[in-house]
Design a protein around this ligand. Structure first.
Ligand code: G6P
Length: 611
């Protein structure tokens, strides 16, 4: 949830750390802080964004070649300067930046208070800093020993970078549950919550594993476990280009990512579709394909937008593979005692691969004997490393907090899985298989076309920017699109919006409809088209404003609706991918017109690594 950057080398650390924090700001942005070592260790912290921190440090000349920083998404204690990281221990020996939650912090704090230790903040991190210091002083230990001992006593999740002010030739990094990556350079090393701040310096990275502790010096890197033992670092090459994490001329990451969808979807199926379109081969599923096709039940677990993709997965799998599917919020699944039978398949969908609830659901499903698959975007993240098999979406880094290309690429993967399994099971004929693949391959071009309606969507956004509520309706494959459209509007423009299956409108939401209520109806042509026409009439009869997403050339709905946005014709399996494009653009433009921070909406974070 929070972003961490550490640097040790020969260059000025301040600039490297601040630049890195800016890249990680999508992870949290309610306060920021920095520690720089140069003889003494100086700390700078403020409420607000990394830019505020930068302004603050620019007023001093203090710099050094070792530093670490943090951008926070508050869990314990309100976002203010005192609660911002780094947190320092009572006597100043340890300086800590932390992502995650120390669950037994209250107990430890009570114990430390009885030993006369006073606390300045409300954070669990300050408790950890003090626990380390307490063990260090009391046991006359080295910093490394004290950190290991302390980490054996805490429960919860952490990604940590620690400076010991008495051993300033090194940084300590440790991980449990919260991701941490080390970038290996020449005479310098980097630490960060993900690879994005690192790739402009080095492509060689080490992903820390749970219970790892790394001692990171300029020229040396030692990897140990918090329980006795040392492990050989496994250096990997990250395939991430710097251009992929810049806005490339777009006003916001979200707009860039909306526009990237043709390319992203192409990357999702590239190399997986046979050149003559006669088949799909998802290499990551090769070993389990037969097992999936024989399974009697699939459970999809996810959160947020990924859960909406999961709903589409249900429709796709049931239609093309005839395997019954249940879609669960990961947070609900993990805290029940879910019934998992032998041969059940659990599919976890997660852009980041780090969402705490989804990761916990994966671990639970594994314990219960399910075959667990992942559909993730971030390569090397925790979920793909926990699962038995899986498929990467290859959407490229998604920085905007509101998910866009992650969603459409997840749906693309789910469609490919459903087709490949359906064909294997003999439910889809080879003609139909080819026809579905032909259509899949044409989707990027169709999205390009849909994106051309940007000006029209902008015009619509200017009309509805002041609205306080909105209703989104859809049926079948278009119901999850209604949910996703409503979520996009809520997330970034703070307008109350609800998504509903269109026919359910009569059981409640219809009471809300009057001349002030915009109703977005996702009504592209599929099997439910006739039915949704009746729903539009019901809305118009109550003077509601209908904004309809329709298939190109639909004259009927044009006559009934107040505003139509046309998307190219496609097969029902892909209708969600096209219909969601105008809804992403609509929420984007409304949010910009309302002066909202589109890429970093209030209270949200890109990667929710706390439960
Ligand atoms: C957060 C993000 C959403 C995302 C959800 C699940 O709430 O703001 O955009 O859909 O987490 O994230 P995941 O990385 O698991 O897909």
């Amino acid at each position: 949830m929070c972003g961490i950057v550490g640097y040790i080398g020969t260059k000025p650390a301040r600039e490297i750390v601040i630049k890195g924090l800016k890249r990680l700001e999508y992870r949290g942005y309610d306060s920021a802080g920095l520690a720089i070592v140069n003889g003494e260790t100086k700390i700078f912290k403020c409420k607000g964004r990394v830019a505020d921190l930068e302004e603050m440090v620019n007023q001093t000349d203090f710099n050094g070649t070792i530093g670490m920083g943090h951008t926070r998404w508050a869990t314990h204690g309100e976002p203010n300067e005192l609660n911002a990281h780094p947190q320092v221990s009572h006597k100043g020996n340890f300086v800590v930046v932390h992502n995650g939650i120390i669950e037994n912090y209250a107990l430890i704090k009570k114990h430390l208070q009885t030993r006369g230790i006073q606390f300045n903040s409300q954070t669990d991190t300050e408790v950890l800093a003090n626990l380390i210091e307490h063990l260090y002083l009391e046991g006359d230990l080295t910093a490394e020993q004290a950190i290991s001992l302390a980490l054996n006593r805490v429960e919860g999740a952490y990604g940590l970078v620690i400076i010991c002010t008495k051993e300033t030739d090194r940084l300590f990094a440790a991980r449990k549950g919260s991701p941490l990556v080390i970038g290996v350079g020449e005479g310098e090393n980097f630490i960060a919550s993900d690879a994005t701040p690192i790739v402009e310096h080095t492509q060689r990275v080490i992903y820390l594993k749970d219970d790892d502790i790394a001692i990171v010096k300029r020229d040396e890197l030692i990897l140990k476990n918090i329980r006795p033992g040392r492990r050989e670092p496994e250096v990997k090459q990250v395939d991430l280009k710097i251009g992929e994490i810049d806005k490339e001329g777009f006003a916001h990451f979200m707009l860039k990512e909306i526009n990237e969808q043709p390319r992203a979807i192409h990357d999702t199926f590239r190399g997986r579709v046979l050149p003559d379109h006669s088949g799909i081969m998802l290499g990551g599923l090769h070993s389990v394909l037969e097992t999936i096709s024989q399974s009697e039940r699939i459970i999809i677990v996810a959160c947020g937008t990924s859960w909406h993709a999961g709903l589409l997965g249900e429709y796709l799998f049931e239609e093309y593979t005839r395997i019954p599917v249940e879609v669960e919020y990961a947070s609900e699944f993990r805290y029940r005692d879910p019934i998992i039978r032998k041969g059940d398949i659990v599919i976890a969908i997660s852009q980041s691969g780090e969402t705490a609830d989804t990761l916990a659901a994966v671990k639970l499903a594994k314990e219960k004997g399910a075959i667990v698959l992942g559909i993730c975007n971030v390569v090397g993240s925790s979920i793909p490393r926990e699962t038995n098999a899986g498929v990467y979406t290859h959407a490229g880094p998604e920085i905007g907090v509101a998910s866009t290309k992650a969603f459409t690429t997840q749906v693309t993967v789910l469609a490919m899985m459903a087709f490949e399994i359906g064909f294997l099971k003999g439910i889809i004929s080879s003609e139909k298989y080819k026809m579905l693949i032909d259509e899949l391959v044409s989707i990027p071009q169709k999205i390009e076309k849909a994106l051309k309606m940007n000006d029209q969507v902008f015009e619509l956004a200017t009309k509805y920017q002041q609205t306080r509520n909105a209703l989104y309706l859809g049926r079948g494959f278009l119901f999850p699109v209604a949910l996703e459209g409503a979520l996009k509007l809520k997330e970034i423009s703070y307008i109350h919006a609800e998504g509903y299956p269109a026919a359910e409108m009569k059981h409640g939401p219809i009471a809300l409809i009057d001349e002030n209520m915009p109703v977005v109806v996702v009504a592209t042509k599929d099997d439910t088209y006739e039915k949704i026409i009746s729903n539009i009439q019901e809305i118009k009869a109550r003077k509601g404003n209908v904004i309809a997403i329709v298939t190109e050339g639909d004259e009927l709905i044009k006559r009934m609706a107040d505003f139509v946005l046309e998307v190219p014709e496609t097969l029902p399996a892909f209708s969600a991918i096209l219909a969601v494009i105008p809804l992403q653009l609509l929420s984007y433009h409304i949010a910009v017109l309302r002066g909202c921070n589109v890429d970093q909406p209030r209270n949200l974070a890109k990667s929710v690594t706390v439960e």
